[in-house]
Write a protein that binds this ligand. Structure first.
Ligand code: HDE
Length: 701
């Protein structure tokens, strides 16, 4: 018998429309018609007809042809045939989570938006994504990550559809199809999947130099995050906030991860793409399941709404520019906590529809020409993707605010609207039909702004600076981060077949930084051209993600290598300490099942065959198996060492490290006699620094 279903916790549409007709059997009453139609404990057709068998089609004899009479066969197969919808044209690969946003209350002087007032708690749904890959592509490819947040506020849905990088490749939305066509796989063979390491991408960005700043971010460690929980988010564009007095300011939105900003190294990202293509998706879901919610603080850079919409000489309408945090502080105004995994991927993660035009009173868009084009695109794309204009009725898209919209009919209409006058003004409106709201009732009234100018296809002169902030970004990086950027450019351009494209791109890099250009050129075996990088940039240390003070380790994974005879009490003690930090311990052994010592056993969670180094932020070898050796273990430890991850051992476990060729005197190798408090404190602190970078470089950057 099918399990009895609990009531859905999906958002409910508070509408004048009655709920869809209930599907009910006498035996099993309807529990919740909102979003779930599994209301019978017995198997039925979509029409509610009970079925005795779904394993055999109706045939003319056991060996005869199937019969047209078989309404169940035809319904089952037909529905299956139409299970897929078009994937998103960009950001197709994604993963999501539910949570809550809690406002600190200090944004009240800048905006009247209700959800930002003190103590307000607002349900949210957040979808993270890569941009270029198809729905089934790998998570850890080098790419920009989407960070789209839907706030189900009392005043309507507000969508902050951002990325993990604060700038964009283009300044005007009309170029979006061009950059995406260039980044997507080549149209003839549809390769390569989900990456920019190919000719068309570099052809475009080398010709289109306004992309340079964003390319620097994409080639930096930001392009390969360790986890969604260790990623910053940005609204990218400048928004306009309006307070209760009608005063306005310009603002940039930031999401600051509580877990710190951390990335993979390139080799890990590549290994993960094969060994665990669902790396980020799994990490997100597992972390939440393990009781380690993802946490971010919402930050605002608040700037005056000046006539020229610039700040310290930076054009706030240019989405290829940041405002360095040192020039304008990021004020933290609330906390986002993601603590619930979706119940059904398709219904929630796939069908969620974000739209930059979903705004609430107190938040408006600016004239940034990239933002303006997005206002059209997000509504439009859902018509194809979700099959018509009624996608706001899908549970995941339903506002929690009351809805009464006079929109009628259309494909997939599921409301049974009442009344005869879905128009305004009318004199026939029945009770329950809407009337326009007053400002005092929370109506969204656009701030009156003068708009005039000649009709032209032109950029403002200030958009012509394509390099100074790319230079600023590189100048703000530590040595380690610069080395990664050089490696990324060399790898990607090394994958291009066309020599003129590589040469042209080196010409672009020459205008960013001479050292960068020279190093990449050397890697490609080409001469370094001369350029004119800006000489007067002031670095912004806030752009670097290398930390010198340990951060939290919630959500991190520590592997412990052990076999029969290992110090099981030590492993259990370590597990308790690790879990108290919100982190996870995984026991890795030569074989599956259990390992034992005397009468105790512990369950093995990974074997040398089923695991790979990318699964762990740190690895320890337990005491008790000094002669443990295995080629796969040697590879695992070698990779952990190369990727500058924390490695440790207690008791005679160090002999396993030595036998695997690990230099136990290197930085970030932690040895101890037993599992005791000082050791775990040292371990967690080392893990909180993310990597022991000085293992590969003599001096800390
Ligand atoms: Fe998007 N973008 N975009 N984009 N975008 C979409 O909308 C588009 C841009 C971003 O998890 C699409 O529903 C245009 C910037 C995210 O569902 C589409 C332009 C930023 C997501 C679309 C941009 C983004 C999308 C595809 C230039 C960072 C995933 C499916 C004018 C601030 C949302 C969909 C999710 C998705 C168009 C530029 C972020 C086609 C035309 C800049 C995170 O409408």
């Amino acid at each position: 018998m099918a399990p009895k279903r609990k009531a859905s916790s999906a958002p409910r549409r508070a509408s004048a429309a009655p709920a869809a007709p209930a599907r009910q059997t006498e035996q099993q009453p309807v529990e919740a018609a909102e979003g779930r139609l599994q209301t019978s404990s017995l198997l039925t057709t979509a029409q509610g007809v009970r079925l005795p068998d779904t394993d055999h089609s109706l045939k003319a004899g056991p060996r005869g042809p199937s019969l047209m009479d078989d309404f169940h066969l035809r319904e089952k197969i037909t529905h299956f045939d139409h299970e897929r919808i078009p994937e998103r044209v960009v950001h197709a690969r994604g993963a999501a989570a539910h949570g809550t946003f809690t406002a600190y209350g200090n944004a009240g002087s800048a905006t009247k938006a209700g959800f930002l007032q003190r103590g307000r708690e607002t349900p949210v749904f957040v979808r993270f994504s890569t941009v270029l890959g198809s729905r089934g592509s790998a998570d850890t490819v080098r790419d920009v990550r989407g960070f789209a947040v839907k706030f189900y506020t009392d005043e309507g849905n507000f969508d902050l559809v951002g990325n993990n990088m604060p700038v964009f490749f283009i300044q005007d939305g009309i170029k979006f199809p061009d950059i995406i066509h260039a980044g997507k796989p080549h149209p003839d063979r549809e390769i390569p999947q989900a990456q920019t390491a190919h000719d068309t991408f570099w052809d475009f960005v080398s010709l289109h130099t306004e992309a340079t700043h964003h390319v620097m971010w994409a080639m930096s460690d930001r392009g390969i995050p360790r986890s969604y929980r260790t990623m910053e988010g940005f609204g990218v564009h400048t928004f306009r906030l309006v307070n209760a007095k009608g005063e306005t300011c310009l603002v940039k939105f930031h999401w600051k991860p509580v877990a710190g900003i951390h990335s993979l190294v390139w080799e890990e990202a590549q290994i993960a793409a094969g060994a665990d293509p669902d790396f980020h998706r799994r990490d997100l879901a597992d972390g939440i399941d393990a009781g380690a919610p993802l946490e971010y603080e919402l930050g605002l850079q608040i700037m005056p709404d000046s006539a020229d919409q610039t700040f310290e000489g930076i054009d706030l309408l240019d989405p290829t520019k940041i405002v360095p945090e040192e020039l304008c502080e990021v004020q933290l105004v609330g906390k986002l906590t993601l603590d619930r995994n979706p119940t059904n991927f398709f219904a929630e993660t796939e069908q969620v529809a974000f739209h930059t035009g979903n705004l609430v009173p107190g938040i408006e868009v600016t004239d940034d020409p990239l933002m303006q084009a997005r206002l059209f695109s997000y509504l439009d794309t859902q018509l194809t993707r979700l099959g018509g204009p009624n996608f706001t009725q899908l549970p995941i898209n339903c506002p929690h605010a009351a809805v009464n919209d006079n929109l009628r009919d259309g494909m997939h209409q599921s409301a049974v609207h009442q009344g005869i006058a879905p128009y305004l003004p009318n004199s026939l409106g029945a009770e329950g039909e809407p009337v326009p709201a007053e400002v005092s009732e929370g109506a969204f009234v656009h701030v009156p702004r003068e708009v005039n100018g000649p009709k032209v296809r032109e950029n403002p002169a200030s958009f012509a600076d394509h390099f100074s902030q790319a230079t600023l970004f590189y100048a703000s990086m530590t040595e380690i981060e610069r080395a990664h950027i050089i490696e990324a450019f060399t790898f990607e351009l090394g994958k291009c077949y066309e020599q003129p494209i590589r040469e042209r791109m080196l010409g672009v890099l020459a205008n960013v930084d001479t050292e960068l250009c020279t190093a990449v050129a050397a890697g490609l075996g080409l001469p370094a051209p001369k350029g004119m990088p800006a000489a007067d940039v002031v670095p912004s240390p806030a752009l670097s993600q290398i930390v010198t003070v340990p951060g939290p380790i919630a959500g991190r994974v520590i592997g412990v290598v052990a076999a029969d005879g290992a110090d099981l009490p030590g492993i259990s003690k370590l597990r308790r300490s690790v879990e108290a930090q919100g982190a996870v311990l995984r026991l890795v052994a030569p074989f599956g099942g259990t390992i034992r010592r005397a009468r105790s056993t512990l369950t093995v969670e990974r074997t040398f065959l089923t695991t790979r180094s990318i699964e762990y932020d740190a690895i320890l070898v337990a005491a008790g198996n000094p002669s443990l050796q295995d080629l796969k273990l040697t590879v695992l430890l070698g990779e952990m060492f190369r990727h500058c991850k924390v490695i440790g051992a207690w008791g005679d476990g160090d002999q396993v490290l030595t036998a695997a060729g690990i230099d136990t005197t290197a930085p970030g190798i932690l040895l101890s006699e037993t599992i005791a408090k000082p050791y775990t404190t040292e371990l967690f602190a080392a893990l909180g620094l993310h990597r022991a970078w000085d293992r590969l470089t003599p001096a800390r950057p």
